[in-house]
Each structure stands twice: as C-alpha cells, then as structure tokens.
Design a binder for this molecule. Structure first.
Ligand code: SAM
Length: 350
C-alpha cells in the first residue's frame, strides 16, 4: 500500500524517519509509530501542540467532564481505606493536560480532607509540552503534586493510575498469511512511506499469540503491543502494596483478535477526524490501537498482581457519582482479602 507524504506532515520528522529507513533498509511499524509520536523534537506528543479538547485532535473522558475524575477519586479513596488510611501515593502516568489529576484532587480535597492530607500525587510524563500544561493546570494543588521519571518511582503504597496511556504505546503490526505471521515494515518508495510485509522482527510476536492460544485469522491484521507487557511487569514490580488502575480502549483477546476484525484497530486522529492512514500528517496526528486486556492482565498476574475488575459490570447501571464506587466496596474488600495485597484493575473506556 503506497501513500503520498501529506503536506501536513512535519517535514523534519519525515526526513528523519526517511533517513533511518534508508540506513536500516526498512523499519518495523512499531519503530515508525515510536518516532511519529515520541521523537524528542518533532514527535506528535513531544512538540508543542493542542492535542486534547475542542481545539485539538481528540477528547478524552477526563477532558469532557469532571464526573469521570470524581468517580475515580471515590475509587481511590476506597483503596486508601482498604490499605489502612495511612500515607498514600497516586502515581499517574501519561496524564495529558492533567484534567484527571485535577478532578481527582479537587474531589478528594472537597469530600475527603483527611485523605487529601495524606495524599501524594505523582505524575510521570514523557512529553515536556504536556508536563508544562499539567504544571499550570495543577498549580493550586502544588503542595500535594510532584513530577518524576518512571525509574525514580519505587515501592508504591497506593495506586498506579493511567487513562488512555497504553493505547498510545507503539505497536507492532502483523498480518497472518496462511500458516505464517508476517510483520508490517515501513519503507520509503521515493515519494513517501509504504508498507512491506516481512518475517517478524522478533520471536516475541509469535510467542505472543502462542501464549494466548489465539491467532489472527488468515488475511487478518492485528496489533501487538509488546511495550504494554513490559510496562505492566514494571508497574507490578513498583507496587509494594496497592492497586493498578488502567483505563483504556480495548477488549479481551478473544474479541480483539476475532475474525471479523480484519484490519485490526489502528486509528489516527487529527482535528477530530478519524482515519486509518498513519503515513499521513506524520507528527501532526495521534496514532492509537486498542489494548489487549487479556495479555495485559496475564502479564500483571505473572508478576504477582491479582485481577480485581476487568470491565465495568454491564448489568449494573453506573448510577450517580455518590452510588457507583460505593457499590464496589464489598466486592473489592472480599477479593483483596482473598488475593493478598497487590491488585490490577483495568477498565474499558470505549
Ligand atoms: C492520550 S494522552 C492521555 C490523556 C490523559 N490521560 C487524559 O485523561 O486526558 C497520552 C498521554 O500519555 C503520555 N505518554 C505516552 N507514553 C508515555 C510514557 N511512556 N511515559 C509517560 N507518559 C507517556 C503522552 O505524552 C500523553 O500525555
């Protein structure tokens, strides 16, 4: 599939990727996505740009209304109670413009002053532009908030939180052809980026599906988020006592890799228009893929986490902000008692 390079792309970024392709003779799509989103000077998330909200490219739940953060605040407060009401850290990774952090901190300050006084809210953010936006957004909670690098975090007693982080990790793109798994490589065809199917760049891709016991159907495409598994294992290692809440777009593997999903879930967002064209608007559009919650939870379980909740219970209406998290209390209490002390909770926001 050949696509012309759009005039909307960042030319410096296109040139940089083109040179990398030239020197390597083609790169796995995951490397392309990593550069398009996170190249330090020109990547979509790294360069100054309004990404979230009406003037940006997409909305997130927390950018739409404070009720989302207020609900998470209730959940986190419940976790604080379960862990004995002592010092408690929320570590939020990939906080975007800081809407969720602001709504959680506002709600905790208002509704649970005792908890607020014991709370340390730590943010891990790879984008200098977003870090600045978060600092401005959270100025009124300055005494409770701090920024740190992932590798500065140790022995978390509390909750490791993310919303729409994992769907922004670079993914490998694969396609099943007969009995073979092929990987999408990105090449330069003289005018722009193009795809080439090659043998997988790493054995981990075959191992991923072998471990699940689920393979894409013949001719189907799928994304493999190897970074998500490493991340989950690291998060599990950082949690001394507490919870991981990961909210994202995604499905259990059996749904994500179902035969009807022939083209996978890779999507791009630019000025609120969705497309399936990652080679256009390079550096000026978001690229995402749905999360495989089965593999994520398996990675957590293999590192000692216990699953508490994997999806919102569709038989239960969400209820009001006062009722919803309360209804989870007995369930979590029972499960945590049975499970020990380190738990993963993940939820779909789709
Ligand atoms: C789609 S935005 C999330 C928005 C935000 N959580 C919200 O609720 O509005 C993805 C965020 O993750 C950040 N990010 C991506 N990879 C990261 C990483 N490895 N470490 C820290 N932040 C990361 C991006 O810079 C961005 O802030």
């Amino acid at each position: 599939m050949e696509m012309p390079v759009s005039q909307d792309s960042r030319p410096e970024l296109v040139e940089l990727i083109r040179r990398r392709i030239e020197s390597d003779g083609g790169i796995p799509f995951a490397d392309f996505m990593n550069l398009a989103l996170y190249q330090p000077a020109y990547g979509y998330y790294m360069a100054p740009r309004t990404r979230i909200g009406k003037a940006g490219d997409f909305f997130t739940s927390s950018s739409v209304h404070a009720i989302f953060g207020r609900l998470v605040a209730r959940q986190v407060h419940q976790m604080w109670e379960i862990l004995g009401q002592g010092a408690f850290s929320v570590v939020e990774q990939g906080a975007g413009e800081g809407h969720l952090a602001l709504d959680i901190l506002d709600a905790v300050a208002e509704e649970f002053p005792d908890f607020y006084s014991r709370l340390r809210y730590r943010l891990i953010e790879v984008s200098p532009d977003n870090r600045q936006r978060q600092q401005a957004q959270l100025a009124k909670h300055a005494e409770r908030v701090e920024w740190c690098a992932f590798d500065e975090v140790t022995a978390v007693h509390g909750c490791f939180l993310s919303n729409e982080l994992v769907d922004a990790f670079p993914v490998h793109l694969v396609e099943r052809q007969g009995d073979e798994l092929r990987e999408v490589y990105v090449v330069w065809d003289g005018n722009g980026f193009a795809e080439e199917l090659r043998p997988p760049s790493t054995l981990l891709l075959n191992e991923y599906f072998a471990r699940l016991g689920i393979w894409p159907d013949d001719g189907c495409r799928a994304e493999v988020n190897l970074g998500a598994l490493d991340w989950m294992r690291q998060v599990a290692g950082l949690l001394q006592r507490g919870f991981a809440i990961t909210i994202d777009y995604g499905y259990p593997a059996v749904e994500l890799f179902a035969p009807h999903r022939r083209a996978g879930t890779l999507m791009c967002y630019h000025r609120h228009c969705a497309s399936e064209e990652p080679f256009l608007r390079v550096g000026c559009q978001d690229i995402t893929a749905h999360v495989d919650f089965t593999s994520l939870q398996n990675a957590g379980a293999a590192t000692g986490l216990t699953r508490v909740i994997s999806r919102p219970d569709s038989s239960q209406p969400a209820g009001s902000v006062k009722q919803a998290p309360r209804s989870l209390v007995p369930k979590i209490r029972r499960q945590i008692a049975a499970a020990g002390q380190r738990c993963i909770e993940s939820a779909t926001s789709a």
